[in-house]
Design a protein around this ligand. Structure first.
Ligand code: SER
Length: 322
C-alpha cells in the first residue's frame, strides 16, 4: 500500500494531483501539504508545512509512513524574477530537503520514491527550439530555469550516488481550469479563456507568433502518475524527461477560440515576459519518455479549447440586495 505526501497541494498541479491520487489510492492514503491553510475541500488529510523546515517534513513522513513524495512547492518564472533569492532558496532547498530525507530513509531500509517537477524553463536561448532533444544545450536565463537545471543535476546525483528513486518531468506550460496558475510565462494560455468567456478582448503579453509547448492538465497528471508507477528499471533518465503535449502560438490559440466564441478578439502587447518565452523551446522531442515508459499525449488543441470553454467557472458578480 502506498502512502503519498503531496507538498504544494494548493497549487495548480498539486490540487488536481491530490484529487486523482485520492481516487486511486483512497483519500486516507494521500496527505496534502502546503504552506498555508488548505485551499480545497474534499481533502481528508491536510498538513500546513513549510518544505524548508526539514525536521517538520521528516516528522510528517515518519508519522504517516509515507512511501512517495511529490515535492511541487516552487516559485515559477515570473514570480521568481520578482524575488530571485527567495525563488532560489525555495526551489533548491525544498528539493534538497526531500532528497536528503529520502537518502537517510534509504539507509534505514525505508525507501521513499520522490517526484519533482522540472520545466521547459531549464532550456535557454542556445537550445534548439524546435523538437528540442532530451539531451542538448541548456543555458537557462531565469532564476526559475537555473533552479530547475540545478535541480535536475541534483536528482541525478542523488540517484547515482545514493540510489534515491527520484523521477522528474520537464513540464511544458500546463493549461487547466480548476485552480489558477501561479505566476508563469505560459499562463496567457489560461487567461485568454477567461477573457473570451467574459466577452472581453484579450490583451496578450506575448506576440502572435510566440510558440510554446503546452499540455492539458489531464495529460500532465497522467504523465506524472505513469512515470511514478513505472518499474524502476524502465526509468532510465534520472535528471528529467521531456514530455510534450501540443505546441501552438497565441495567434493559433486565439483562432481556435474564435471558432467556438464568435467575435472573440485578441490584442498583442508584449512585455518583459516575451524575452522569457523567446528563450524557451517551441516544441519538445519526448520520444525518450515514449520509449522508456510508454508516454503518449492524448489531448489535442481542439479538445482542449472545447473543454476549457465548457468548464471554466467565472466568478459571479455579487447580486444587489432587493
Ligand atoms: N509554466 C511555467 C512558467 O511559465 C513553466 O514551467 O513559469
Amino acid at each position: 500500500m502506498e502512502r503519498i505526501l503531496v507538498i504544494g497541494a494548493n497549487g495548480q498541479i498539486g490540487s488536481e494531483l491530490v484529487e486523482t491520487l485520492s481516487a486511486q489510492h483512497g483519500a486516507e492514503n494521500v496527505i496534502a501539504a502546503d504552506i498555508g491553510p488548505r485551499s480545497s475541500f474534499g481533502v481528508k488529510r491536510y498538513e500546513p508545512i513549510d518544505v524548508l523546515d526539514a525536521n517538520v517534513v521528516s516528522h510528517i513522513i515518519d508519522t504517516y509512513h509515507v512511501t512517495q513524495v511529490y515535492q511541487l512547492a516552487a516559485l515559477l518564472s515570473v514570480t521568481g524574477e520578482q524575488a530571485p533569492l527567495k525563488a532560489w532558496d525555495l526551489n533548491m532547498n525544498g528539493l534538497l530537503n526531500i532528497l536528503e530525507i529520502a537518502r537517510k530513509r534509504g539507509m534505514g531500509g525505508k525507501p521513499l520514491r520522490v517526484f519533482w517537477p522540472s520545466s521547459i524553463a531549464a532550456f535557454g536561448p542556445n537550445t534548439p527550439r524546435d523538437n528540442t532533444p532530451q539531451m542538448t544545450v541548456m543555458d537557462p536565463t531565469t532564476i526559475y530555469g537555473i533552479s530547475k537545471l540545478a535541480g535536475e543535476r541534483l536528482c541525478e546525483y542523488y540517484f547515482l550516488k545514493f540510489g534515491v528513486d527520484v523521477r522528474s518531468i520537464r513540464y511544458p506550460g500546463i493549461i487547466s481550469y480548476k485552480s489558477p496558475p501561479g505566476g508563469g510565462t505560459t499562463d496567457y494560455a489560461i487567461a485568454i479563456f477567461h477573457s473570451a468567456l467574459k466577452g472581453e478582448t484579450y490583451r496578450c503579453y506575448l506576440g502572435p507568433e510566440s510558440g510554446l509547448p503546452m499540455i492539458y492538465m489531464p495529460d500532465a497528471i497522467r504523465a506524472t502518475i505513469e512515470l511514478m508507477e513505472a518499474p524502476a528499471e524502465k526509468v532510465k533518465v534520472r535528471s528529467s524527461y521531456n514530455v510534450g503535449g501540443i505546441s501552438f502560438t497565441p495567434r493559433e490559440l486565439a483562432q481556435k477560440i474564435a471558432e467556438q466564441v464568435p467575435g472573440f478578439k485578441i490584442a498583442y502587447e508584449p512585455d518583459a515576459r516575451q524575452a522569457i518565452a523567446d528563450s524557451w523551446p517551441q516544441s519538445l522531442d519526448d520520444s525518450q519518455a515514449t520509449a522508456d515508459w510508454g508516454w503518449q499525449a492524448k489531448i489535442g488543441i481542439k479538445e482542449l479549447v472545447q473543454d476549457m470553454l465548457a468548464n471554466i467557472k467565472l466568478p459571479q458578480p455579487l447580486s444587489k440586495a432587493a
